[in-house]
Design a protein around this ligand. Sequence first.
Ligand SMILES: Nc1ncnc2c1ncn2[C@@H]1O[C@H](COP(=O)(O)OP(=O)(O)OP(=O)(O)O)[C@@H](O)[C@H]1O
Length: 658
Amino acid sequence: MAQRAADSHREAGAYLASARGEPSPEEAHLSAYELNRMDQQAASAALARQRLHRLLGNPYFARVDFCENGSTSQTYIGRSAFTWENRSLISDWRSPVAALFYDFEPGPASFATPSGSREGQLTLKRQISIERGQLVWAADSSSSVRDEVLARALSRTSDTRMHDIVNSIQQEQNVIIRDERPGTLVIQGVAGSGKTSIALHRIAYLLYQQKDRLNAQSVAILSPSSVFSDYISGVLPELGEEPVRQWSVHGLAQVLLEGMAKVQPPRSFADEADPARARRAAAKGTEAFARQLTQWLEAQLGASGDGPSLFEPRDLAVGGSTASADWLAQRFAAYAPVPFEERLHLVAGDALALAQGATFGRYAHVMPTRKELKGRLLRMMRAKNPLALYRRFLAETGQSKLLRASQKGMVEWEDAFPLLLCALAFRGADGFPAAAQVRHLVVDEMQDLTPVQHEALARLFPGSKTLLGDVNQLVDGRTGQVPEAVAAHYPDARTMRLMRSYRSTWEIAHLAQQVLPVAGLQAVERHGDAPLIRRCRDTSGTLAAVAEAVAAWQKDGRRTLGIICKSDLLAARYGELLAHDFPVTLITDRTETFPAGVAVTSVRLAKGLEFDEAVLLDADCQQYATEADRHLLYTAITRAMHRLTVLYRHEPSPFLPQ
Ligand SMILES: Nc1ncnc2c1ncn2[C@@H]1O[C@H](COP(=O)(O)OP(=O)(O)OP(=O)(O)O)[C@@H](O)[C@H]1O
């Protein structure tokens, strides 16, 4: 069918090209319409073919037998459904019946259907591994088999792309994937608890369950960096879904502020050499700043007309009559709290109607357009654009020093989201088409967003949201946030927690626990080498120790090794030095693809990624000394799956075990 659709499309296209100018306009229009329709048909046939092709290699991974009122039905569960001659042979992992596999052990079980819950007995739960069309193994479920399946999945060599986990989703993860309640779901999970994997499976689940509401264009992921976006980009296609839109937080700010301001790139606090700039950034990262700004903006938008208002009208001549300043002020106040631009549009409409009513059309030839009138009203605003509004806020609250005079419309990174909140006061959420299309937003690494950023996201994306992150992995110098503080920025938010960590061996997870004890954390029982914590005398000693680790990694035939430094600057410096000895890729903010082989990067950019092995450089008492540094060290350690080397000079960081 895919081939047929492609052939007809080619023929129709060739006909249109050869008969250019000859068909009647109606025929040409119809042909173009037909071509478009064929195009869509061909695209969906190609998708179906891809799906079938994938199914052929790996058709299903589980079988469940369900006995209900004495009769037993068998269901095979796969990445997508397969029906032949009207008989369902394989059920999609997202279908209601698949919950039997994820949520139950043999015994009493139930699953939801549109006509109500079906109760019965799960008489068989079989896990099946098929690779390239060949059965590799199969086993009937017991807890030891479950652990075996998980252990196999976790002991694999890492890849430059994240993979789906459909055949080993754990029960506590399944609850989150299948939670369809509206509002915002905030997931706090310890490092390596599968948050990112779950968020992606949840997107696939919601796209499947809410087909009438959501499609790939109406779901977006906000991720910490471009390299992370690339790393996770394969999961949805593996699950048979089209990729969804992805933005980095900086990318989103740039898109939304287009035409208003340019935004400087974010800078890691670990690289900040300018204390004044660091103070400015810190002040804008507080809850107090967010509260002050949102309350001030609400007051401006809600001003009743009695108190001070941003709108300072003067009498306005409108085609032969005059709208008085008092009347304009009263109309402006009547539309509170409509955003300013729309409000001026409404007042302009009122003023025109008033003038037309008063002059009975006699002055039609000099009557201004509504747009012109709106322009004149805008000149009566004390702040005529979002940047001016932001300046005014800072001036009125005695914080003018927080805004550095912008050069060529460029604002500092920390001003981007306060500015967006001010822009929202002008335009409202509908004024940002890129955001308005999104009906479900996923925010990864939520802990890195400041309160102002959360406030802006809550307003820009009024649809449902999934936020995920780990408060212990703060890498911007702040500490001590709780997920409830994040949830408080979103109406209708609920919080869920994941306490089991899957990524790292028990030994690596244990070291992470010693660096930053997390109450209630459970590390999955998968054992490996104890982390190597090693003193190096100087830079050449460090380089030699890295070379040894790289040689061992090569010998083991693993795919990825991450060399993690505290800051971006250090990563760049070490990257240059190490490149003399072996091929390395430096990961920066501009890196678009997650590299195989040896990568050098900062903790900030390694966040969310994972490596077969990790080597931490300069984990000494100077680099990792404060509470904020402790979080950095914890984040760096938890990037390693199978082996970890920690190098330090002089004295080790006080957070490392003696
Ligand atoms: N149920 C599971 N079955 C198999 N692998 C899993 C499962 N859950 C998590 N993993 C694996 O654990 C690793 C960590 O997952 P993921 O990156 O989604 O966690 P995270 O909570 O987002 O991590 P972090 O916050 O530390 O970046 C991945 O390799 C993922 O495939």
